[in-house]
Design a protein around this ligand. Structure first.
Ligand SMILES: [Zn+2]
Length: 320
């Protein structure tokens, strides 16, 4: 199970996420894809927490709500749930994993907030409100109290001790093939996972690029107007360069970044991007140059060592 979908460009997302697409959601390998994204996201986020400008204790857990499926009863049956709200995915090695949480455990309460106390509203778009409220409550508890408490359907109460992470939520998006980021959220399309052959290092490279956009707060850098081509290209170059540091800190091979760019290029991932996002070959070359810089800094301490792109005086054209 997964979060809401939104129309995304490969790169920075400036608009708030929209409602999920209508239609049935098959239950085959979605959960495996969710777990993969959460696991890679946690590894990147936890390892880079000391560097991220906005860090917060996290737990590596994604919840889901059967009511966001086209057929909630079928979803409950397919996942073996005894209620609507359940664990969608647990990030490998995360605090939630260490606390023994498993996918498809049915959740009755998050902290002192019973699931049953949150009303469901129609139409379907409204039904996403509940799961986002619960997910936010979970993240808030982890960030503020350093732990989150879940009550399971079998009566067990599980306390998850939070660990440092970048304050960014990772979401698998069923709607589009690409990826994007806001200040607080990284999204990757399910199609992009397929185009990267399910290869963990390449997926990590794409998520690291998006995490770089979030960490560098490109949403704010580009402002509220229409960003210029030059300004978008600047943020893309900066995210490409920082992504190799983010990968290295998490123990991934930074050369996965240029490999990812070369692999996605032929799939038209940049069709809306050029000239804003640049040619794949240029981007790969710039990443390799940054990897050479990184080789001289084995601690990959990008908070101190990363050189930002020169700032632009007018990155956007004000809205009329
Ligand atoms: Zn980008």
């Amino acid at each position: 199970m997964r979060g809401a979908a939104a129309a995304l460009a490969f790169g920075l997302v400036l608009a708030a996420p929209g409602p999920p697409p209508a239609g049935a959601q098959p239950v085959d390998d979605l959960q495996a894809a969710d777990a993969l994204v959460q696991s890679i996201g946690w590894r990147l986020s936890h390892a880079n927490a000391p560097q991220c400008p906005r860090a917060a204790p996290g737990i590596g857990l994604l919840l889901a709500d059967a009511q966001t499926f086209a057929d909630p009863a079928a979803a409950r049956a397919a996942y073996g749930l005894t209620g609507d709200v359940a664990v969608a995915a647990v990030a490998a090695g995360s605090p939630a994993d260490k606390a023994g949480l498993l996918a498809n455990m049915t959740i009755m309460a998050v902290g002192d907030l019973p699931v049953s106390s949150l009303p469901l509203s129609a139409p379907r778009q409204g039904s996403w409100d509940r799961i986002w409220a619960l997910q936010a409550r979970l993240e808030q508890a982890a960030a503020q109290a350093g732990e989150a408490v879940l009550t399971l359907a079998d009566g067990r109460v599980i306390t998850i001790k939070a660990a440092p992470s970048c304050a960014v939520r990772f979401i698998l998006d069923d709607g589009r093939g690409n990826a994007g980021a806001t200040r607080m959220q990284v999204r990757i399309g399910r199609k992009a996972l397929g185009q990267l052959g399910g290869d963990e290092a390449l997926i990590a490279a794409l998520l690291a690029h998006e995490l770089a956009h979030a960490a560098l707060d490109h949403e704010t850098v580009l402002g509220t107007g229409t960003p210029t081509v030059k300004a978008v290209r600047r943020t893309e170059r900066e995210a490409d360069r920082l992504s190799v540091w983010i990968l290295a800190r998490a123990g991934y091979d930074p050369e996965a970044a240029p490999r990812m760019i070369r692999q996605l290029g032929p799939h038209g991932m940049f069709v809306t991007a050029s000239p804003t996002h640049g040619k794949s070959s240029t981007r790969a070359r710039e990443m390799l140059a940054e990897i050479a810089q990184l080789r001289g800094a084995p601690d990959a301490d990008w908070a101190r060592r990363f050189r930002p792109e020169p700032a632009l005086s007018s990155p956007s054209v004000p809205l009329p």
